[in-house]
Design a protein around this ligand. Structure first.
Ligand code: NAD
Length: 509
């Protein structure tokens, strides 16, 4: 085995300082928020957190900015997002370095995350000329019936650690062209990436002359997120994170009749049918299950394989998992970086232990790597666990690289297994049988928000609406017509007939 040399925390701090300087980010040192890196587990900076008392002023500033921003023509609002996209192109490498330092994501995936931000900016700029309403046939002569979409208000964005920049951009790019303003409460685990995103957008705001407060950042933990959730001036709370978080946030927003867009956890499955191209299926499964060290909401967590091909699939997967390069995410050869924290590692160990106690068999992986070189960092071998049913731990999302493998005989059974979990984010089938492919995507097929054929569960494009059903929260963001969640609809009837005609032939005289 080759020796892996990890960078030191000091090395990473120096990289962060250079990158932040290139993006013109000034760090305000203080207390309350720590910037750390899972590559070594070390602390990079102590940063000043937003004071709880400042939340009120921040939301008020965003609300006042909304009052003018909503009247700026949408294509002009698009110019701000276009400028953000240009700055992201210039600083793609810089931002990706911060993402790798703070999340441990490998370089290629971090660059992919920034590319996704650029893509959504392009999408939103186009959208700024396509916020279409519609004209509806009126039943009354001399009347025009129409629908118009108007800006909604302040959008509170709460985001998770694992996509610290892309999820923000999905929300901010679309919200800004829709005429909304944004207050962002990012994950407390990724403050540097948040400061860099905020700074790039602030530059775009300065350069295009948009109101300064169309975007505000709250650098703090969960308690500040709760204040944002409860604030009546926040018209929409777009919250991405665990089901636990969604369970708390959803009812609080509903209690004040606010709108929420929830993007919560997944427990994603793939079916491998006997006709599948096994080379393609295995490659897709490895990326979906082990990529990002299992820390994507769309990570493949359950593999449902036909009994005819299970031996072959299992052998190939086990052999590939054994040789996965695990280590420094900056190293071009690495495919699996560290878990985010000690707690994440403990959760993975507990899940494996529970799986074993429930009759599961660990087929490969599960061990810790590089513990001597970096005792505070948590590098793990992605695991495959053979299970005979879908009870207990298999029904939960463990945010770590554990793939539960089970078998099926009939396609009906496979679909039932796919659907028989509380979450409903992403799903895949690998098959060359057109009837199976169509059935999986049909009304009585997969019940998830993302339903793929011969494509893994993770790595969605921004053009489609992203999100899932059941405990995943039901929200949709990013492409397609997700923008409608960020606007309010006005239905207007205009009477140009000169006579008063009541609908449904009602007479009142
Ligand atoms: P988390 O739920 O711990 O935290 C997410 C965010 O919510 C953080 O900013 C946190 O401070 C905030 N938060 C937590 N409780 C809150 C509360 N009561 N009120 C207000 N804010 C609160 O999630 P995490 O560990 O950062 O991320 C991993 C989870 O996110 C996984 O479950 C993953 O599946 C999910 N996720 C979902 C999507 C999606 O689009 N569906 C995308 C990325 C991540």
């Amino acid at each position: 085995m080759t020796t892996i040399v990890l960078p030191s925390t000091d090395d990473l701090r120096k990289v962060a300082i250079d990158v932040l300087a290139r993006m013109d980010v000034q760090l305000e040192e203080g207390g309350g928020v720590q910037a750390r890196t899972p590559i070594t587990g070390g602390r990079l900076f102590d940063l000043a957190a937003t004071a709880p008392a400042a939340v009120d002023d921040t939301v008020q500033a965003a609300h006042e900015a909304f009052l003018s921003w909503r009247t700026v023509p949408a294509p002009r609002r698009g110019e701000l997002v276009r400028r953000l996209g240009e700055l992201l192109r210039v600083h793609k490498g810089d931002l990706a370095e911060l993402i790798t330092i703070e999340t441990g994501k490998i370089r290629s995936e971090a660059l992919g995350e920034v590319q996704e931000m650029i893509d959504i900016c392009d999408f939103a700029v186009g959208l700024s000329r396509q916020l279409y309403g519609r004209t509806i046939a009126s039943e009354r002569p001399g009347h025009r019936l129409s629908e118009t979409w108007h800006p909604l208000g302040v959008v509170g964005v709460i985001s998770a650690f694992n996509f610290p920049a892309a999820v923000w951009s999905w929300n901010v790019a679309v919200a800004l062209v829709c005429g909304d303003t944004v207050v962002w409460k990012p994950s407390e685990l990724t403050p540097l990436t948040s400061l860099a995103c905020d700074r790039l957008l602030a530059r775009a705001i300065e350069e295009t002359g948009a109101p300064r407060d169309v975007h505000r950042l709250l650098l703090a933990g969960r308690a500040i997120g709760e204040r944002l959730v409860d604030d009546r001036r926040v018209a929409l709370v777009s919250a991405t994170g665990s089901v636990r978080m969604g369970r708390e946030v959803g009812p609080r927003v509903a209690a004040r009749f606010g709108r929420s867009l929830l993007e919560l956890g997944g427990n994603n499955a793939a079916i491998v049918a006997p006709s599948a191209d096994l080379d393609l299926a295995v490659s897709a499964v490895v990326f979906a299950a082990a990529g990002t060290a299992g820390q994507r909401c769309t990570t493949l967590r359950r593999l449902i394989v036909h009994t005819d091909v299970v031996d072959s699939v299992m052998q190939r997967l086990v052999a590939t998992f054994r040789t996965l390069p695990i280590g420094d995410p900056f190293d071009a050869g690495t495919l699996v970086g560290p878990l985010i924290s000690r707690q994440a590692y403990q959760t993975m160990r507990d899940a494996l232990e529970t799986a074993r106690s429930e009759g599961g068999e660990i087929l490969v992986g599960g061990g810790r790597r590089l513990a001597d070189e970096a005792p505070d960092a948590f590098y793990v071998e992605p695991a495959i666990v053979g299970v005979s049913g879908q009870s207990g731990i298999v029904r939960e999302e463990t945010f770590a690289p554990i793939l539960y493998l089970q078998t099926y005989r009939t396609f009906e059974e496979a679909i039932a297994l796919n659907n028989d979990v509380p979450q409903g984010l992403s799903s895949s089938v690998f098959t060359r049988d057109v009837q199976e492919a169509e059935r999986f995507t049909a009304a009585d097929g997969s019940d998830c928000g993302i339903v793929n054929v011969n494509v893994g569960t993770s790595g969605a494009e921004i053009g489609g609406a992203f999100g899932g059903e059941k405990e995943t929260g039901g929200g949709r963001e990013s492409g397609s017509d997700s923008w409608r969640a960020y606007m309010r609809r006005a239905t207007s009837t205009v009477n140009y007939s000169g006579h008063l005609t009541l609908a449904q032939d009602v007479t009142f005289s």
